[in-house]
Design a protein around this ligand. Structure first.
Ligand code: KMH
Ligand code: ZN
Length: 277
């Protein structure tokens, strides 16, 4: 079992509406302030979706590049850009995210019903994106929304070899309406099906946050939390700041005697080169 816990914060996502959720960080300034607070609270990785001036999701290349630079300037966090984007984003736009040269990126291993929408990830797109991560040496995190995605991960590694950085690190995204449920039995089944040597984080969407967090800590997994995944801190109590979700995860990790990894340790763990001094 890992001696420490990698905590990723996913502060924004592409779905929540800033007008309804004023605490959602959508401007670059809000994102950097959030990132600093979350790093202080115990996060080592930030999973980033950006918004435009009207707070709508965007994959604008200039804004992505500025975001990577600002997060590097303001924090030591590992900057992981989302290549999932919003359900409306094109495959071309999602591939072009790597032009912003992040440390890491998400890479979803299959299509999934996503509420009333479809989050589309056909094999042809997955393999093109994976090969691009290898070419650009951007460390992928394999996002698995369903058990079938685990089978695709095996196929990907079998056909194209290991990822940049060498470590196969996955994120089990549980409780999406249309994906695998966020319960401990499913978590155990998904973790057991991963390739030998793979490590994993888990995140539970909405009210599955806490069961998934407790299950992951007990099973030796790592944690992802944030307003992309959960807008309620407790029943009837909206999340006030992303950092309080990180604080709760860090506290539970310490309680489980697997304290949060600091960013330098996380870089080593994920095979991401240290930042030049
Ligand atoms: N916004 C979802 C449709 C990722 O970031 O890679 C996809 C998503 C996954 O959030
Ligand atoms: Zn995301």
């Amino acid at each position: 079992m890992a001696a420490s816990t990698l905590i990723t914060v996913a502060p924004t996502g592409a779905e929540a509406d800033k007008a309804k959720v004023p605490a959602l960080p959508v401007t670059l300034d809000e994102l950097v302030v959030t990132a600093k607070e979350c790093e202080a609270a115990g996060a080592a990785v930030i999973h980033v979706h950006i918004r435009d001036r009207t707070a709508r999701p965007t994959l604008d290349r200039g804004l992505l590049t500025d975001t990577v630079a600002a997060l590097r300037e303001g924090t030591d966090l590992i900057v992981q850009l989302s290549t999932g984007g919003a359900v409306t984003d094109s495959f071309t736009g999602r591939l072009a995210v790597l032009d912003a040269a992040p440390d890491a990126c998400s890479l979803t291993c299959g299509t999934v019903n996503f509420g009333d929408d479809v989050f589309s990830n056909p094999w042809t797109f997955i393999k093109e994106l994976y090969q691009l991560t290898q070419e650009r040496q951007v460390v992928p995190e394999f996002e698995l929304f369903d058990l079938g995605h685990v089978a695709t991960l095996h196929r990907l590694l079998g056909e194209f070899g290991p990822p940049a950085g060498g470590r196969v690190h996955c994120d089990l995204v549980m409780g999406v309406p249309g994906g695998m449920p966020g319960d401990v039995a499913t978590l155990a089944a998904a973790a057991a099906a991963l390739p030998d040597g793979a490590t994993w984080s888990a995140t539970g969407i909405g009210r599955t946050t806490l069961p998934v967090m407790f299950g992951a800590l007990g099973a030796g997994g790592h944690l992802r939390v944030g307003m992309e995944d959960t807008l309620s801190f407790a029943r009837g109590r909206p999340v006030a700041r992303n950092a309080e979700l990180v604080e709760r995860a860090a506290e539970l990790a310490r309680f489980a005697q697997r304290p949060p990894m600091r960013p330098a340790e996380a870089r080593d763990f994920l095979g991401i080169p240290a930042r030049p001094a």
